[in-house]
Design a binder for this molecule. Structure first.
Ligand code: ADP
Ligand code: MG
Length: 398
C-alpha cells in the first residue's frame, strides 16, 4: 500500500517552542532560564565538500531549529538535558578538555570549553535543549545545537550581539565540534547557523573567509525546494569524511598547491594525478567549483531555474567521482527528477543524510509522495520531508 500522505516535519512556531522550553527548563531546574536562543539547521544548495578545499558553498538556513535554554548554577557544574537524548548529563566545568566528554554532551560542553579558551569566564550552567532539526541527517543538527547554546550563553552573559561576536562564536563552535566532539568540519554549518538570512542563500568563500548574502527566492518563479531526509544515518566520525579530506590533501600535495582551489584553471591538473581515485576526487572538486560559479551567476540574475542542471551535475559527480552517495539518496534524486524536478542532488557530507530537489511548487507534494512510495517498494523506512524556504540565523528568543 502506498502512503496516502508524505509526512512533512514541521518547524513549529519559534515563540511557542521557546516558551515551552523555558517552562520545561523551570520544571527541571527549579529556576527560570537566563536566556533562550534558537539556531537553524541548513541545506547546502551547491558546493559540496569544498569548504576544506578552499572553495565556495551556498547554504540556506532552514526554518527548523534547535532551541537552547540556559541559566547559571551556583556550583562549577554543567548539567545538560536534551529532549532528543537520555540524560541529564553532569559535567564538572573545571575538567573540560578535548576527550573529557563523550556523546552528545561534547557538542555543548565543547562550546563552553572553546569560549573559555577565548577568555570568556563561563559559570556553572544548566542547559536544556529541544530540536526540530532531524539529527544525523546531514541537515546540521550539530551546528544548530552548538550555535543555539553559544548565542544563549552570550545573551546570558550580557555579551552584546554583533557581527564580530558572531564570528567568534562561529569559530568556537567549529572548535567545539572538531576538538571536543572529534568531528572536523569545515565551518559552513556554523557560519550559516549564525549568519543565515531569510530569503537569502549565504555564499561562503573558504579561501578568504568572506561571506555574501544572495537573494534566494524560488517562489518568485513558482518553484520550491524539497528536502528529503533519507533517515539513513550518516556519521562524520566513521572515517569516510576524513578519508575524503585526506584524498584531497594528498591530491593537493601531488599538484604542489596548498588547497585544490589553487589548482583551478590548470589544464594539466587531472593528468598529473596518476592515482585514479585522487583524480576522480579532484575532478569533483574542480567541477563543483565551476558549478558554484554558475549558480552564483544564476542567483545574481534571479534565474532560479538555471540552478536545476547544476544540481543534477553536482549529484552525479558526488555519486560517481567523490563516492559519497548511497542507494537511498540516489533513489530520492531519480524519483524527484522523474516527477518534474528541475534538478536534484544529495546535500551535506553524504553517506546517507538528505537530498534536495528544486521543483515547481505545485509538484512538491506529489514528488514527496512518489519518493515515499519508491521507498516503500524497496522495503525502506519512510523518509522525512521538509519544506525549506530560506530562513533566518540564530537569535535570542527570550
Ligand atoms: P548532523 O549535524 O548532520 O545532524 P552530526 O553527526 O554532525 O549530524 O551531528 C549529530 C549529533 O549532534 C548527534 O549524534 C548528537 O550527538 C548531537 N545533537 C544534535 N542535535 C541534538 C539534540 N537536539 N540533542 C542532543 N544532541 C544533539
Ligand atoms: Mg553535523
Amino acid at each position: 500500500m502506498s502512503p496516502a500522505q508524505a509526512s512533512f516535519i514541521q518547524p513549529g512556531e519559534p515563540a511557542d517552542l521557546a516558551a515551552e522550553l523555558a517552562d520545561r527548563f523551570a520544571q527541571l531546574t527549579g529556576h527560570r532560564p537566563a536566556a533562550v536562543a534558537a539556531a537553524p539547521g541548513r541545506v547546502n544548495l551547491i558546493g559540496e565538500h569544498l569548504d576544506y578545499n578552499g572553495g565556495r558553498c551556498l547554504p540556506i538556513a532552514l526554518p527548523h531549529a534547535t532551541y537552547a535554554a540556559l541559566g547559571r548554577r551556583p556550583d562549577r557544574t554543567l548539567t545538560l538535558t536534551s529532549r532528543q537524548m537520555t540524560g541529564p548529563i553532569e559535567i564538572p566545568l573545571d575538567d573540560l578538555r578535548p576527550g573529557s566528554v563523550q556523546g552528545w554532551g561534547a557538542y555543548v560542553a565543547g562550546v563552553v570549553w572553546a569560549l573559555g579558551q577565548e577568555g570568556w569566564s563561563v559559570p556553572g550552567l544548566d542547559v536544556v535543549v529541544d530540536s526540530r532539526v532531524p539529527i544525523g541527517s546531514g541537515l546540521s543538527s550539530s551546528a544548530a545545537l552548538e550555535c543555539a547554546v553559544a548565542v544563549a550563553l552570550a545573551a546570558a552573559l550580557d555579551v552584546p550581539d554583533s557581527g564580530e561576536v558572531r564570528r567568534r562564536l562561529a569559530e568556537s563552535c567549529v572548535r567545539a565540534e572538531a576538538e571536543m566532539a572529534g568531528a572536523p568540519t569545515g565551518g559552513m554549518d556554523q557560519a550559516v547557523a549564525l549568519f543565515g538570512q531569510a530569503g537569502h542563500a549565504l555564499l561562503l568563500d573558504f579561501a578568504d573567509g568572506s561571506a555574501r548574502q544572495l537573494t534566494w527566492s524560488p517562489c518568485d518563479e513558482d518553484l520550491a525546494l524539497l528536502v528529503v531526509d533519507t533517515r539513513v544515518s550518516h556519521t562524520l566520525t566513521d572515517g569516510g569524511y576524513a578519508a575524503r579530506r585526506t584524498d584531497c590533501e594528498s591530491a593537493a600535495r601531488v599538484l604542489g598547491v596548498a588547497t585544490l582551489r589553487e589548482a583551478r584553471g590548470r589544464v594539466d591538473a587531472l593528468e598529473q594525478l596518476s592515482e585514479p581515485r585522487l583524480r576522480r576526487r579532484t575532478r569533483h572538486v574542480l567541477a563543483e567549483m565551476d558549478r558554484v560559479d554558475a549558480a552564483v551567476h544564476a542567483l545574481e540574475r534571479a534565474d532560479h531555474a538555471a540552478l536545476g542542471p547544476l544540481l543534477d551535475a553536482s549529484h552525479d559527480s558526488l555519486r560517481d567521482d567523490f563516492d559519497v552517495s548511497c542507494p537511498e539518496l540516489d533513489l530520492v534524486v531519480e524519483t524527484c527528477r522523474r516527477r518534474g524536478a528541475l534538478g536534484a542532488r544529495m546535500t551535506g557530507a553524504g553517506f546517507g543524510g538528505s537530498a534536495i530537489a528544486l521543483l515547481p511548487a505545485d509538484d512538491l507534494e506529489d514528488a514527496a509522495l512518489a519518493v515515499g512510495t519508491a521507498f516503500e517498494e524497496q522495503g525502506w523506512r519512510q523518509p522525512g520531508f521538509l519544506r525549506s524556504p530560506a530562513s533566518g540565523g540564530a537569535r535570542r528568543l527570550r
